[in-house]
Write a protein that binds this ligand. Structure first.
Ligand code: PAF
Length: 290
């Protein structure tokens, strides 16, 4: 495994890899969810590049950039064991010049759900992912469905800006009690960790209601809110049922829908989601491969 922090060196090393090249963009502090993306890339591509970069521009000034969990040594060990070909681990100055002023903004999709309380988040994500696509030039890029809105934003960016990259989306990897794997789970105290399965429980409830014929989004939303409110350590940020393509809120679930929620447990904000009908892929078709 070769590791570099420099764009010019990455480009040189990348040019020696045979296509198709898969990119797994990460912010490090790797868990099984990231490693599942790496394995999928390795199955589908001739070479796999992983980026490790805690992207400052996707954090608001009030968010947890400095405290974001980091363990570069462990990340490198895991990637080496996984057999990754190339790791790109730049410093912030390598990705952003002091006078950086170019942004990729996906408009409406990025203002919904997470974007309502984190207005600059997806601009930071889209900008860094676009830069990584230009630097690494992957044929395929791998993202987890846990960040469903991120997937939709990047899918739209790929289409609108004609990136020759195929977006591959992997199922959310969960702990045995249903908690979606996330680097942020490490912030939870033992009591808070016990409370965290409430997100999955409320999504299960939505799926069950849908399986029983429930199509009234407001009723399902209400049942989910009650399930969250029954957990004393949980504070609901939002529960939303939207058209899975446009992220417009819907009243009747008469098409593919995305059920998403954000919940604060103590000081940690967790997100999760499910697609209805259960088992449907989030993206249909995906973005074309060049
Ligand atoms: O999902 C993440 O870890 C980040 O948002 C990403 C895609 C690596 C961009 O910084």
């Amino acid at each position: 495994m070769i590791v570099t922090q420099y764009v010019s060196e990455l480009r040189r090393l990348r040019s020696e890899l045979s296509p198709p090249v898969g990119l797994v963009p990460t912010m490090g502090f790797l868990h099984e969810g990231h490693l599942a993306l790496v394995r999928q890339s390795q199955e589908e591509c001739a070479a796999t590049v992983v980026s490790l970069f805690v992207n400052p521009t996707q954090f608001a000034p009030t968010e947890d950039l400095t405290n974001y969990p980091r363990d570069a040594e462990r990340d490198m060990r895991l990637l080496e064991e996984a057999g990754v070909d190339l790791v790109f681990a730049p410093q912030a100055e390598e990705m952003y010049a002091n006078d950086h002023e170019t942004w990729v903004m996906v408009d409406r999709l990025a203002r919904r759900l997470e974007g309502a309380t984190r207005p600059t988040h997806f601009q930071g994500v889209a900008t860094v992912v676009a830069a990584l696509f230009h630097i690494v030039e992957p044929q395929r890029a791998y993202f987890g469905q846990k960040d469903a809105q991120q997937v939709l934003v990047i899918d739209r960016m790929i289409r609108d800006l004609h990136f020759p990259v195929e977006l591959r989306v992997a199922d959310t990897v969960r702990e045995p009690d249903g908690v979606a794997m996330s680097s942020r789970n490490t912030y939870l105290s033992p009591d808070e960790r016990q409370a965290a399965p409430v997100l999955r429980r409320s999504l299960d409830l939505a799926e069950r209601l849908w399986q029983d014929g429930g199509r009234d989004a407001e009723q399902i939303r209400k049942a989910m809110v009650e399930a969250i409110e029954a957990e004393p350590l949980a504070r609901l940020d939002y529960v939303s049922i939207t058209d899975a393509r446009t992220l417009d809120e819907i009243h009747m679930i008469d098409r593919k829908a995305l059920v998403s929620l954000a919940v604060r447990i103590g000081r940690t904000r967790l997100i999760d989601n499910a697609v209805l009908p259960p088992g449907e892929p989030l993206l249909t078709g995906g973005s074309p491969c060049s």
